[in-house]
Design a protein around this ligand. Sequence first.
Ligand SMILES: [Fe+2]
Length: 191
Amino acid sequence: MSTFTKGISMFLLSILIMALLIMVALGFMLGFSHPLPWVLVFFVLIIPFVHDKVVAKRYLHWDNSMNTGIELIDNDHKKLLGLINQLQTATRYQIDDEMIENTLNELIEYTKYHFDREEQLMRINHYPGYEAHKELHKQMIKKVSQSVEGYKTDKAHTIDETLAFLKSWLVNHIKGRDQDYAPYLKIKKLD
Ligand SMILES: [Fe+2]
């Protein structure tokens, strides 16, 4: 959602709340025993909860289907989820560009560091799908690096695209391809 679209939706939400409040005031003119204003009051009160639920859905949440059973990998994945959520917060509150750029850079650096550790574990465990998995990592780094470059020229558009890509790629990768190597990794630690 671009900054402009975010602004429009907040404006529409404010208009909706104002309209409901006016209708509540008018409704009470029918008398306090009339059900209509109370129904409207109910809607006014649930709007913040519904809004919070919608916002919460944009964030990534760890669940058991993401567990690989390898502590080092799971901790890295949790850290990556945290960084993506940090980026989500930074864009949601339109925190300054420098912070978004720093978070993106941190995310790329940590992703590289994590992929390297994953690949080391695959190598020392002679995982047969190592080359194909390594290629996926390479493509991911390339795509995110391109997005970061694009962010510098088209901030509002690129950051939303990057976030959507990161969220779906990371979750699908953790729940999918990373589960494939888990049974092969008998050595679970690096020196
Ligand atoms: Fe991976």
